[in-house]
Design a protein around this ligand. Structure first.
Ligand SMILES: Nc1ncnc2c1ncn2[C@@H]1O[C@H](COP(=O)(O)OP(=O)(O)OP(=O)(O)O)[C@@H](O)[C@H]1O
Ligand SMILES: [Mg+2]
Length: 309
């Protein structure tokens, strides 16, 4: 079983208007509401590839049903710790006349530190030997930077396999806990090392530093340029296939899904890399996070070249 954590869920509200003018009232606007969070994106993509998957995290008691209804409808299991209040709301206003989009992200109130301990205890209860746990996305306000690190360390004792895809201090602390796999993109890599990183060999050298820190598999995503992946003495440069691009938000989450599914199916390292890149690129072809087409993934895998660096 694969579990994806969702610690900072939000509701994305996208409203369409012809043209936005301050102080005006817009009636009967077309508004779409979708639950958002990286853990949800990863879980959706894993489900699209036909694997059993669950989401594990925090659920606002007031309107959490918005998330559970979507998960139930997609056949995704869930274990949530209920938290007081409602969902964080991110609003986007799309102007049809000029293509402008305006984003308003609601401030979130910090959780009391007790909540972090309640959640980690709740997660430990569900960690079962042989399971895969994916820790992705930001931590909620009020949670300490070592939250993922604590989950990864305890997870290792429980016999689970861990993937970390985060940024900033949560990523830095999490890496020190030696997850089995990580998937930084270029900006996360540069942020981690605090310097610009350029060119294949420089990226590979930084990737090797993660191996030296005790991470077994390092997948560095390079957007349209594909990926550099490292494991033991292997360092592979994987091209991304040329695809008609519609929406690249969540491509990295789809890549993480591909890695987890390939692991679960015991693919070789190079086949895992092909699957990962194919999932990322299949996502780029579709609108909406977590949306990938399984058949497209298998076709794209044939088009990806893998070369040793
Ligand atoms: N324009 C593109 N064309 C083809 N494939 C792409 C494109 N952009 C992304 N991909 C695929 O998706 C993978 C992951 O992309 P990227 O490096 O942008 O992840 P990310 O920054 O972590 O994304 P996010 O955090 O939004 O999920 C790439 O390695 C590649 O395989
Ligand atoms: Mg990412």
């Amino acid at each position: 079983m694969i579990w994806c954590t969702l610690l900072n869920p939000a509701l994305d509200v996208i409203c369409k208007v012809n043209e936005l003018h301050g102080g005006k009232t817009y009636l009967d606007s077309e508004c779409l509401q979708t639950p958002a969070g990286k853990g949800l994106n990863v879980a959706r993509a894993i489900r699209a590839l036909g694997e059993e998957v669950g989401v594990h995290g925090l659920l606002p008691e007031y309107d959490g049903r918005r998330i559970t209804a979507v998960l139930d409808g997609s056949g995704i299991q869930h274990h949530f710790l209920s938290i007081p209040g409602g969902m964080r709301i991110n609003t986007t206003i799309l102007e049809e006349s000029n293509g402008n989009s305006t984003h308003i992200s609601a401030a979130s109130t910090p959780f009391p530190s007790r909540m972090q301990y309640d959640y980690t205890a709740f997660a430990f209860q569900h960690m079962q030997q042989g399971d895969y746990w994916c820790f992705s996305g930001s931590l909620p306000k009020g949670f300490a930077d070592d939250t993922y690190a604590a989950l990864i360390e305890r997870g290792a004792d429980a016999g689970i396999t861990t993937m970390l895809d985060s940024r900033g201090p949560a990523f830095k602390r999490g890496v020190r806990a030696r997850p089995l796999m990580i998937k930084p993109n270029m900006s996360e890599l540069e942020e981690f090392f605090g310097e610009p990183v350029q060119g294949v060999h420089h990226i590979a050298l930084k990737g090797k530093r993660f191996l030296d820190m005790g991470v077994a598999y390092v997948f560095i995503s390079l957007g349209a340029d594909g990926m550099i992946a490292l494991h033991k003495n292997d360092c592979l440069l994987c091209s991304a296939p040329g695809v008609p691009v519609r929406d690249t938000v969540g491509c990295g989450d789809a890549m993480v899904a591909g890695v987890l599914v390939a692991f679960r199916r015991r693919f070789s390292f190079s086949e895992t890399c092909r699957m990962a890149v194919a999932c990322g690129s299949a996502k780029a072809m579709q609108n909406g996070p977590g949306v990938i087409d399984g058949t497209t993934v298998w076709q794209l895998m044939e088009e990806i070249s893998v070369t040793a660096v």
